[in-house]
Ligand binder design. Structure first.
Ligand code: NAG
Ligand code: NAG
Ligand code: NAG
Ligand code: NAG
Length: 526
């Protein structure tokens, strides 16, 4: 049987794979990337059994990097250097993972998600006799335009704009707040409540102004908001402190739109669909950069794990892979996906593993602290079963003498909607603007006192910004989790069973928790 198969199959493979496949995406020729190798054509019976060891070995750095390179090329379309939602770079990324998953025989669906976006048309600011150059002004997302001719009034300094008292006496005026201490959204809410005509936020560090977004749920009520540099902010304050009254004109013109972006979901054709093992990562970058680590690395990990799983004979439980839209503006894609599921469909997801930034250059290996032993989690507690997923992940590293640290479940990535819906979740991340402390340095080496990812949310998040050791190590640990749990999810279910009967769960030593430094609780940034 075996020898007959070996004779027949290469012939079959040769005849099928000879068919030319269209490997162009957005006009970019990716060569033979979507042509499955000959092993893919083997009938299930002739494929090797899925073992963690073999699956791990099949995942290679070269396999991961081919995706990083493709994403890099998409980010470069039209010279935009981004794969943010609504850009051609994002759409090309969608087409890529969809084509990839189809090439390896998965059931693939796209799900369109609608989300607001603010298109910037023009910006102008005059304060006293100083006329700003538009290039020195940045408009916030989710703000309305000023009236024709601009908003006119006196400018007031409101410190950091984190207390209602900061805004006393500024009604009808234009206010200047320093970045920091509370979120941009909180500053915007206080400015809105005061009834100011406009809000200007100056950076709290020298250099470029930094714009983010205000409350997405109240776009038309938000004050028109601009960012200026630290130096420009200090100059205005110096004049105000010298007793000058400064007539100000703030003119911003924007178009608030609702744009579509797609989630992509792929599932094995085989396996028990009532106990789905799921993993995912977000497909979009921020507007400021190409996002090859954030989250091109998670995107690549998911893609390569999907391909390599197809080498093996079918396992027991179905495996589902997801790439999320618009994570960077507040977990929009994953939240929409989870909220669209019926309770019965939610119940069929045995667990979800999140991969958001798995190749940070100055990495930590942060395993999400499902049992909250480190005490840093926010939001609803992780449902029973999540502790077991955490423990399995920790054991993988422990058994191989590899170091790891804990990291909190916050609202900082796509695990959140799953946890909120009572679905078991976990994940591993290598850090963003978290600063490497002495303990992390002892565990992982790298650069003490520097960000885990010095290019976090910046133009330099390119192919050069990937740590290959972390990339491959984490991808292989997830291969282990998929192989183990697609064969048997009962450890996860058993924990839920114990919890349901009010029985104590086995507890481990408390985790020491590292901060990933994602500036977000639902991504409202500071
Ligand atoms: C991206 O795809 C969406 C829908 O999938 C489409 O409506 C939109 O026009 C596309 N945008 C670009 C820039 O190609
Ligand atoms: C920092 O923000 C909090 C509210 O988020 C506020 O209570 C506190 O007074 C603020 N501190 C300063 C120095 O503005
Ligand atoms: C955003 O605005 C909505 C609608 O006005 C409000 O319910 C919500 O509390 C606001 N969010 C924040 C963080 O202020
Ligand atoms: C793990 O951390 C320990 C303690 O800091 C360190 O001595 C060891 O070298 C680390 N191991 C690896 C594989 O990096």
């Amino acid at each position: 049987m075996r020898s007959v198969g070996l004779v027949l199959i290469p012939a079959l493979a040769a005849s099928v794979s000879a068919a030319p496949s269209d490997a162009k995406i957005a006009g970019i020729d990716l060569g033979k990337i979507f042509d499955p190798p000959s092993w893919w054509w083997l009938p299930d019976l002739l494929k090797p059994k899925l073992t963690a060891k073999a699956y791990e070995k099949a995942v290679t750095i070269e396999g991961l990097l081919q995706h990083s390179r493709a994403l890099s090329r998409f980010a470069a379309i039209d010279g935009k250097n981004t794969r943010s939602f609504g850009t051609p770079g994002y759409n090309a990324s969608v087409e890529y993972v969809e084509k990839w998953a189809k090439a390896y025989g998965y059931d693939v669906t796209r799900q369109t998600v609608l989300y607001p976006a603010t298109e910037h048309l023009s910006q102008a600011l005059t304060v006293g006799d100083k006329v700003f150059s538009p290039a020195d002004l940045r408009i916030f997302q989710f703000v309305p335009s000023t009236p024709d001719g601009g908003a006119k009034g006196l400018i007031y300094h409101v410190n950091q704009g984190c207390n209602p008292s900061d805004f006393e006496g500024t009604q009808g005026g234009i206010v200047l707040a320093r970045r920091g201490n509370c979120t941009f959204v909180e500053k915007g809410e206080l400015a809105k409540a005061t009834g100011v005509q406009g809000l200007i936020i100056y950076n709290d560090v020298p250099g470029q102004p930094l714009a983010s977004r205000l409350n997405i749920s109240s776009i038309e009520q938000n004050p028109p908001t601009l960012a200026i540099s630290f130096e420009a902010g200090r100059e205005i304050i110096a004049k105000l402190e010298a007793g000058q009254e400064l007539q100000t004109t703030l003119d911003i013109q924007v178009k608030n739109l609702v744009r579509p972006a797609d989630n992509v979901i792929a599932q094995t054709k085989w396996g028990d669909k009532n106990n789905v093992v799921m993993l995912g990562g977000h497909l979009d970058s921020v507007p400021a950069g190409p996002g090859i680590n954030d989250d091109g690395s998670g995107t690549a990990g998911v893609a390569e794990l999907l391909k390599q799983l197809a080498r093996f004979r079918k396992s027991k439980n179905a495996v589902r892979f997801a790439w999320w839209a618009t994570e960077e503006v507040g977990l929009i894609g994953s939240r929409y996906y989870v909220e669209q599921l019926s309770q019965a469909e939610k119940d069929k997801i045995a667990l979800y593993i999140n991969l958001d930034m798995i190749a940070s250059p100055n990495y930590i290996i942060g395993i999400h602290d499902a049992d909250n032993s480190g005490g840093q989690n926010s939001g609803v507690p992780a449902p029973a079963g999540s502790n077991t997923l955490e423990a399995l992940t920790q054991d993988y590293y422990n058994d191989r003498g590899l170091n790891w640290t804990g990291t909190a479940f916050t609202a900082g990535s796509d695990y959140r909607p799953f946890l909120d819906a009572g679905i078991v979740a976990g994940g591993i991340a290598t850090g963003a603007s978290g600063v490497k402390n002495q303990r992390e340095f002892d565990l992982f080496g790298g650069e003490l006192g520097e960000w885990h990812d010095k290019c976090y949310h910046q133009p330099c998040d390119t192919l050069d910004n990937l740590n290959h050791d972390a990339f491959i190590r984490i991808s292989r640990s997830v291969a282990y989790l998929i192989a183990t749990l697609s064969a048997d999810v009962s450890p996860i279910k058993n924990e839920a069973g114990l919890a349901a009967r009010g029985l104590p769960l086995s507890r481990r030593a408390p985790d020491e928790v590292s901060s990933l430094g994602k500036n977000c609780a639902d991504h409202p940034e500071l």
